[in-house]
Design a protein around this ligand. Sequence first.
Ligand code: AMP
Ligand code: ZN
Length: 430
Amino acid sequence: MFWDRETETLQRTALEALQLKRLQATVRRVAKKVPLYQQRFAAAGLKPRHIQTLADVRRLPFTASADLRANYPNGMLAVSIDELLRLHTSSGTTGKPKALFFSRKDVDNAAELVARCLVMTGVTRKDVLQNMMTYGLFTGALVMHYGAEKVGCLVIPAGPGNSERQLLLMQDFRTTVLHVTPSYALYFADFLEKHGVNPRKDLALRKAFVGAEPYTEETCRKIEQALGLDVYNSYGLSEMSGPGVAFECEHKHGMHLWEDNYLLEIIDPQTGEPLPDGQPGELVLTTLCREAMPLLRYRTRDITSIIPGRCPCGRTHRRLNRITGRSDDMLIVRGVNIYPQQIERVLMSLPQVGRNYLIQLEGLDEMLIRVELAKTGFDGQVEHLVHLQSQIGDRLRTELLVKPRVELVPPGTLPVSEGKARRVIDNRTL
Ligand code: AMP
Ligand code: ZN
């Protein structure tokens, strides 16, 4: 049983006392072992004994992803090399990767947190979980794999792509749960439709854990309708051991972040100052239980907010709203700040729009949005297309304050990636 009822429903005062104890231990540990933190503490005149309350976390230095790259490969380690069990790297596309090390305790703990997430949504040992994430250096697949095994599920390490084989596995082994990116889930939904498979009748799917990239509520609904299952939002990042950081419970109203393992702050990304509950800002996380590579105040760059109030499920760990984008994904087009998620929200709310889109920035500062039509989105009447095109353009202008050019393309014609979706191509000659 991986409902850790005692930890998950701890009263806030007890939870905060536990966090403080673990924070103090983490700070003592990095002050002894990690040169980067030793230097930063010295520069700020900070000693571990200065951390007396949880609010004192603000006296600690931030850690940025650039710090991990600068200390590549093993400058951030707090244990000796022989205590390491596993290496993962981040899926970043620029520069050196970030190396993330796990000790035995870290490996077990990461699986345990995923197991807690799965049990929270009602998964049991009777479930068959088809893991459609990329196996390899990326944490997404392996950490979920071991978590699901802890629950006792039958785990199918399918990896992404090869939709024929995915379907065969689902049919033959009666898969009940998927772990998948939103972009592949949509692609796979199209594949089923094309092959005349009705998932409600022909398959045993019940749930999908969808994450690894941002997606909107509208996309979530599309996946649920097309695959005939319940989608649960799953949030994690390699720097925090991958999946299992925050997950939706059966109420599907925000993702509980496991606060016994992570200390949570939401800050203004420009000033670094804390923001009150409910206000969107950048998520900053401090690891409380990590052995091999503890991180203080890690700037995730992910934009979200805390949902105020208690969840009816009884868990006391606070909930995060859907991630609306990354502070570094923001596009500036003609001086206006735009997040790709705003565009997705508009597109996915229109039934005539299909499941894929691409934002192309071109020339001096032009934005072109290529939008796939839904299978039923075109009745052969050109004037309807023209109308839809201008309707999308108008809605986007209202949302973004900039009017992009919109191009409608037939279903299935935009490129799909097996890993994380690439939604923006910036070819500007500015
Ligand atoms: P990686 O470290 O390669 O696993 O990538 C982690 C990043 O993926 C996070 O920092 C987020 O930007 C993104 N991500 C992961 N899960 C979600 C989710 N459920 N919703 C939105 N973005 C996500
Ligand atoms: Zn809940």
